[in-house]
Design a protein around this ligand. Sequence first.
Ligand SMILES: [Zn+2]
Length: 194
Amino acid sequence: MYNCVYCFEKIKPSGILNYVLNQQLLCEICNNQLKQLHKTYQIGSHQAFVLFEYNDFFEKILFQYKENKDTYLIKLFQPQLHKQLKKYRLPIIIPPSNRKNFHPLKYLLKDFEVLDVFQKTKHYKQSLQNSQNRHKIKNIIQLKTTTLPQKAIFFDDVVTSGNTLKHCVDLLNQHNCTVIIVVLSLHKDHKNQF
Ligand SMILES: [Zn+2]
């Protein structure tokens, strides 16, 4: 008998074959909260392929992973993410980060070529990422190199307002770098608004 990797409740197999084949990681209650999207969404003038809905459950999983370094939890989404990214055989560009030691996106993409081409010009908080502050993002995120591939994947783990994504992709496009956008999770309140 296995336990749910998130809540640690015992997993009741829904059928022995299903249980063995899927190697269930989540109990039924948790599994019902993990919403798969696997769809392309329009974010501003860009199209992004999104794997999961960013809801309360996904927020908790990502928090456990990123802040508490509970790397076991990435088993819930890493296989699907890697499968999607491997289709393109392209380097992956990630948004800038303030993190020094544990870098969750780089860890998540450790089998891929990851290009860290952005920098933040000054410290900024997540709270700046709402639409009223859109103009500020332009002053905060810049390219630290203009040596860019002609084609790449732009990857982010969470898209809420979409402003960071739009700004980063616009900057890359302005420097003749075309990107395919892959997003791990898109905020449920924004899913239908772009
Ligand atoms: Zn559970």
